[in-house]
Design a protein around this ligand. Structure first.
Ligand code: ATP
Length: 343
């Protein structure tokens, strides 16, 4: 493991902000720390950086415990949302800054800056000052500056939060490619689940100071381990009593809730649907055209379920009776959670 964190805890006064967090990160992976505001993401990142001291726990980079090292000795690059560029320095000088601090010779600096300017698509902008750049270009300079001293780990705190939606989208794929080319282990904080799913090799879901789940975006989406993760990632409908759906009645005695994702619901005309034992009869309530597909709201036993249907298949009308089969649901009660497949 390139980065290992064991038993990490942090209090601010009486408030327990980070609760016994453990994880390991493989070299070269890009990890997204995802979760609601106030969950503890930034606190974890700041402890990794050495900007905050843990109450307990160990932080290990490449086999070396770094708890007692100051930030500048941890070989870390930062890109923070508000980690502004030096305004009075040109793009070249900003990128060269970390190398000058490390007392690299002039030749090395020139070569390394040229390399990074190329890598971050900033060729021709070397003599400009930050105020002569767009938000996206400024953020690319911030990446080049962070990478210049060849850090072992890159920490990014909401790096695109201040950038408008269109450019943000471009920067995401740009970042993905950049990290792959450089091969640097990176951790970024975001509260935007689309951003995390699209960019990260693995996601860590942080909620109320705890690491709820760590895994690939697909694993977390498909096999959520806690009700929080199941509701936080992806769209779903919550059914208060799973027993009211056919196929989900044998749920072990305890009152059980069900979360159902749209793509695990199949709907069809009553006369052409293969009627499995778990097939329900429902009513089409609403149809919303979404450009490439229809969003279909159906009512089953008084519960509203939402699913999608492709354009070509669309021959449904509101009020129509319809067959509904829920293939898969995430079930949970106050004791445990599990995934149940149907038909
Ligand atoms: P956001 O997405 O809003 O940045 P976050 O998940 O990064 O949230 P943190 O910034 O780590 O969360 O904060 C976790 C909790 O710790 C919050 O309740 C915050 O108010 C509290 N906290 C963070 N830093 C301090 C501090 N220096 N002093 C007191 N409380 C703090």
């Amino acid at each position: 493991m390139h980065v290992e964190v064991r038993g990490l805890n942090k209090h601010f006064g009486d408030f327990h902000a980070v609760k016994d967090v453990n994880f390991g990160i493989t070299k070269g992976h890009l990890i997204g720390l995802l979760g609601p505001s106030g969950g503890g993401k930034t606190s974890i990142l700041r402890m990794l950086a050495g900007l905050e001291t843990p109450d307990s726990g160990e932080i290990v980079f490449h086999g070396r415990t770094v708890n007692n090292l100051p930030p500048q000795e941890r070989e870390i690059g930062f890109v923070f949302q508000n980690y502004a560029l030096f305004k009075h320095m040109t793009v070249y000088e900003n990128i060269a800054f970390g190398l000058k601090v490390k007392k690299a010779n002039k030749h090395t600096i020139q070569n390394r800056v040229a390399e990074l300017v190329e890598l971050t698509g900033l060729k021709g902008f070397e003599k400009r000052y930050p105020h002569q750049l767009s938000g996206g270009q400024r953020q690319r300079v911030a990446f080049a500056r962070a990478l210049a001293p060849e850090p072992q780990l890159l920490l990014l705190d909401e790096p695109f939060a201040a950038i408008d939606a269109k450019i943000r989208q471009e920067l995401r794929s740009w970042l993905r490619e950049l990290i792959e080319r450089v091969g640097i282990t990176s951790i970024f904080v975001t509260h935007d689940q689309d951003e995390a799913i699209e960019v990260a090799d693995e996601i860590m879901i942080i909620n109320q100071g705890r690491l709820e789940q760590k895994g690939t975006p697909w694993d977390i989406y498909k096999e959520p381990k806690t009700p929080f993760v199941a509701t936080f990632i992806g769209e779903s409908t919550l059914i208060e009593s799973a027993a009211e759906l056919k196929g989900f009645h044998n749920t072990g005695g305890k009152p059980t809730k069900a979360l159902i994702r749209p793509e695990y619901i199949e709907v069809g005309h009553l006369n052409e649907f293969k009627m499995a034992s778990a097939t329900e009869q429902g009513i089409v309530k609403h149809l919303h055209f979404r450009g490439s597909e229809w969003l279909v709201e159906v009512e089953v036993n008084g519960h509203k379920l939402v699913t999608y249907r492709s354009l070509e298949k669309e021959t449904l009308t509101p009020g129509q009776e319809i067959a509904v089969l829920v293939h898969r649901a995430y079930l949970f009660n106050d004791e445990r959670s599990w995934i149940q497949e149907n038909g």
